[in-house]
Structure formats: structure tokens, C-alpha cells
Ligand binder design. Sequence first.
Ligand code: MEV
Length: 434
Amino acid sequence: MTGTAQAGVTQDDSSRVEGMRDMEPKERRDALVAAAALDTSDGDILAGNALPLSIANGMIENVIGNFELPLGVATNFVVNGREHLVPMAVEEPSVVAAASYMAKIARSGGGFTATCTTPIMRAQVQVLGLSDPRGARARILAHRDDLMALANSRDTVLVGLGGGCKDIEVHVFDDTPIGAMVVMHLLVDVRDAMGANTVNTMAELLAPRIEAITGGKVRLRILSNLADRRLVTAGVRVPAEALTTKTLDGAEVARGIVEACALAIVDPYRAATHNKGIMNGIDPVVVATGNDWRAIEAGAHAYAARSGRYTSLTHWEIDASGALVGTLEMPMALGIVGGATRTHPAAQAALRLMRVATASELAEITAAVGLAQNMAALRALATEGIQRGHMTLHARNIAITAGAAGSDIDRVAKAIVAAGDVSVACAKRVLEGT
Ligand code: MEV
């Protein structure tokens, strides 16, 4: 942890772990332990092999072992004026480096801002067999207060924390493949939990009462992953000068990023790839913190398609002063209590490393990483293309595939990049000295 705080960054500079790239993994862990004031035991946990088989065996079925991914740490993140080191579990080269680099550029504008809505999750209760769907809707709404009271009767802890069922909605579908149906939504403030278990339990609890009120038959009782009442918005403002490259001035790079985003806004083919790039930043944090990345993916893409046409989750603009302004808005159903976030020791250590105290804070940092990742991809695509940087980082993978180990990995990777031939065949030749 070295370096001086920059203008606009009022806190310490503990997310700037200098020279990280050139360290060995153990040195990196020691540096992180110092930077985030962790216990040394957290360094050991983050090294891997942290999930005892006995715990894994209780988490899913038919356990035979654990599956590992590389765990990296993105540096330089300032979110809402606070420094954060960000653990990322991911197999794709260049993701961690790109996030760290964009976070470094973003520091010149004060870093990222982010904000969350109240953590409201939805559960759906599907009611069938109704000849008067609108009448049924009115009857359910007339029982709003007692339905909410019943939903909250089982989770006094959540209610005590200020959470619980806060409202209901009733949607009518006149025309489905099996005729009309009514769908009641429970809107539940789940506080620091991801909330799936909470809302599913409430939906199941209410089902018999809904049948009695409507005279219909309840079929599904399950959360919706389109968590459109649990949104996070992240923003960044980057002075154009900070985007200058060896060959392009910053204003041109900013314009290129805006132009690249424009295609994702209008074209689902590009939006899918653009949003995948955002998820390159988000999923690794979700995985590292033991959260449900399928839920985050489902919510992100459903939200991106909410208008009926799949579109970009981010927007990039140029403000009156010429600075590049990026925003990301999407559902972010992350928890810091319950599930693997609690049972997996590495997920717990990851949360300590990030210094998050609430699920909202975790969501805000995660969104900032997604925005940084998108900025990195668009910056590369709008300038030199992604392949040069990507292949340089990918070269280490190629070297390993060719059989390199230990210090040979870097030697072979550098040699194949220098030769302009990032291929296994070339790596084998370098390794064999031919
Ligand atoms: C690759 O994993 C992600 C990108 O394709 C994202 C994008 O095109 O915006 C580079």
C-alpha cells in the first residue's frame, strides 16, 4: 500500500497496491492483508483450499470435491469516496487487469459513484381457474393488509430489522396458452439477504389464503429474478485527458466509446456482447463473494430487455466540459448473509477484503466493477481493438498449455508475444529451445 491520494479521492489510498503485477501470489496476499487490515489467516483462506469437504458436502448433493477458479484482486477502486480492493474469481485473462486499469483512470475524476434502491425482491403467486380474473384481482387487493401481515408473521427477525413484505401487486394476463390467469406479486424488503428463501417461503405461506380469497387454484409460488425493485446505479466521470493513449487524444477516445455504445443501444446483436463485457466484471465478484451468479445474470438480461427490445445496460455520454460520463443501471440481488456467503470461508474473507458492511454496499461496488469492465472493453474496441492486449495476457495460458511451469511461464509468454505468434506451437518451440 503506497502512493499518494489523488485530487477528488479523500480517503486513504489502500486500494492502490503498487507493483501488484510483479509480485508472487504470496506477496500479493501479504500486501492485501496489510492494505485491508485483515488477519493473516484471511490471507491463507484466500490462497485456496479453504472450503472443507465437510462443509461442501452440506452445501450441494453428491459432492465429490471442490472446483477451483483463479482468484484475483482488482485494485484502484474508489466507490462513493471509499477505497475498495475487489476479489474476482474468473478464468478469463485480462478481466482483472482491465478493471484495475479503468479504476485507476477513473480515480482522476474521483472514482465511481453508486447508489441502490431499497432491496425489494418480488415473489409471484400464479392463480388459475378464474372466470373473473379482474374480480379476483380486486378481492386480493382488498385483503392487502391482512395478506402482508400473514406474510410477515413468520419472519419476525427480518421485520425487526426493518424488512418484510411491504406491498403487493396483482397482474392479470387475459391471454395465455391456457387462458386467463392472475399473478400476485409480493414485494419484500429482504435487507442484507439475497432473499430467495425469504420470498419463496412467504409465497408458499400465502398460497392457501389466496385460493380462499379468489376461489382459484394456485400453481407457482416463486421469486422473480427480474429484481426491478432492487436496482443499482453506478456512474463515472472521466476527464477526457485521462483517456489519452499513445496515438489518440482523450477526446477522440471518449467519442469512440460513445459511438461504440450507440450500437449496443440500438442493436441486440451488439448489446448481447456489450452486456457480456459488463458481466465479465460483475460475475467474478458475485462468484468470489459466494453469491448466486445465475440470478444476477438472469436479472441483468431480463432488465436489458424490459422495453421489449434487448439493449445496453450502460450509457456513455460526453458532458458539457468534454468529460466522458458512464452509467450502469441493473438489478443486483446480492446478499452478505445466508447461503454460501456465510458457509464458504473464502466468500467471508472476500467480503472482509472488500470492507463491505451491507448488501447495498456490495451491490454498489459490484456495479462499479461492471461499469469499469465495460469502459475497458469499449476503450479497447474503439481504439486498437481487443486482441493485442488480450493475446498478451492470454500468452501465459498458452505457455501453460504448451507445458511451461514456474518461471518458464513468463519467459515463454514474453517470447511468443515478442515473436508475434501467440500459439501453442510457438510456445512449444520456445520451451524446447528450438
Ligand atoms: C470479451 O469477453 C468481452 C467483450 O467482447 C465485450 C465487448 O465486446 O464489449 C470484449
